[in-house]
Design a protein around this ligand. Structure first.
Ligand code: PMP
Length: 407
């Protein structure tokens, strides 16, 4: 039977454990800087106004039913998702029909489907190189399908920026044809992204070593407020003719966390047989999808599709993205300014240099536990804070708490 030797007790998911501890805390000053979900200035979840509009359009559409979506998902959604990540219908991969897109269970499902596909069909070195650190789920997802993860250096503790030289050395010394997982923008958990020139150098190494780029994009438009800025790395790789895959989440940029809207894309390089390659790949992806979920969920994809296919709604969405990213960027500025005003030991420029949902503060595990105990400020043990948890009412309080704990 399932004894403890056979099925040992697994540790609780660290992030969800943190959430539980926060909820149980009765201190009125408590601050949640744990989970990566957007909050407004009142620390409340925010339904994007454009999503509310799309919602009412769907609600009033008598044609909609609850039949199964196609196995590959809603085509009006996946085709626009592809255009969004590749920068429009003029992307060479779209013009030359070298892309296959399949709707997934948000970004997690997209990473999983990609990992599963590679586990069955990737002809190169079946090892995936992930940044140290990376979104913890990457390790589990790849390991679960039998692809071991290997870490490449990424974050420099000294500069709290990119450890670019060691990252490059690691990619150079990896076996040829390894899979390289890259965060397209707003790296989770560090908030540190390569510059476009650094992306070009990364691309050169990946080409030289015949590695395979696996992009994870969960923050397009949410990071900078500019959809084209946040997909620049992927666009560059596609323009350079790489064969690659993209796992795309719409959780953050549409605020559709629980609706699980996502997409997995595979792009082949330009070649005479590219289209038949894509057709073969799509046929295999459909079989994997069928055995995993049969048909992807409708609602979130319908919302995103409604917005992505309507010019006026699309513009409104861009405005909503600027609202979210703008608030987060202003909180970065406020936190840094406050820490510098307080003369908090250390340098704090990394708070505004980093981008997206998260900041790697540089606080040690002991400091993280102490700030939780003393000030009821909750963050993950690695010192990562969700910027969305900060607002005009608590940023001074948090800065003072950080100041106290690092002194
Ligand atoms: N990749 C990264 C790097 C992420 O940060 C996230 C969200 N935490 C995801 C993928 C996927 O999230 P979801 O499944 O909610 O779309």
């Amino acid at each position: 039977s399932f004894t403890a030797e056979v099925v040992p007790q697994a540790p609780e998911d660290a992030l969800f454990g943190l959430m539980r501890a926060y909820r149980a805390d009765e201190n009125p000053d408590k601050v949640d800087l744990g989970i990566g979900a957007y909050r407004d200035d009142n620390a409340k979840p925010w339904v994007l106004p454009v999503v509310k509009k799309a919602d009412s359009i769907l609600f009033n559409n008598p044609e909609l039913d609850h039949e199964y979506a196609p196995i590959a998902g809603i085509a009006s959604f996946t085709s626009k998702a592809a255009e969004l990540i590749l920068g429009g219908p003029d992307s060479p991969a779209i013009r030359e029909k070298r892309i296959s897109s399949i709707q997934t269970i948000s970004g997690t499902g997209a990473v999983h489907l990609g990992a599963l596909f590679l586990s069955k069909f990737y002809p190169g070195t079946k090892k995936v190189y992930v940044s140290k650190p990376t979104w913890a789920n990457h390790h589990q997802i790849f390991n679960n399908v039998g692809i071991p993860t290997v870490e490449y250096p990424y974050f420099s503790k000294e500069t709290k920026g990119l450890d670019f030289e060691n990252m490059k050395l690691s990619l150079l010394s990896a076996p040829d044809k390894s899979v390289i997982l890259l965060h397209a923008c707003a790296h989770n958990p560090t908030g540190v992204d390569p510059t476009i020139d650094q992306w070009k150098e990364i691309a050169t190494i990946i080409r030289q070593k015949s590695h395979f780029p696996f992009f994870d994009t969960a923050y397009q438009g949410f990071a900078s407020g500019d959809l084209m800025k946040d997909n620049a790395a992927i666009r560059y790789f596609v323009e350079e003719g790489f064969e690659l895959v993209v796992a795309q989440s719409f959780a953050k940029n549409f605020g559709l966390y629980g609706e699980r809207a996502g997409c997995f894309h595979i792009v082949t390089g330009p070649a005479p047989e590219a289209q038949s390659t894509i057709t073969r790949i799509a046929s295999q992806l459909a079989i994997l999808q069928r055995s995993e979920i049969s048909n992807p969920p409708l609602y979130g994809a319908r919302i995103a599709s409604t917005v992505l296919n309507d010019q006026a709604l699309f513009s409104e969405w861009e405005e909503n993205l600027r609202t979210m990213s703008g608030r987060i960027i202003s909180m970065r500025k406020a936190l840094r300014a406050k820490l510098e005003d307080l003369g908090t030991p250390g340098t704090w420029n990394h708070i505004t240099d980093q981008i997206g949902m998260f900041s790697f503060t540089g606080l040690t595990e002991a400091q993280v536990l102490k700030i939780r105990e003393d000030a009821h400020v909750y963050m993950t043990k690695n010192g990562r804070i969700s910027m969305a948890g900060l607002n005009t009412k608590n940023v001074d309080y948090v800065a003072k708490a950080i100041d106290k704990v690092v002194r």
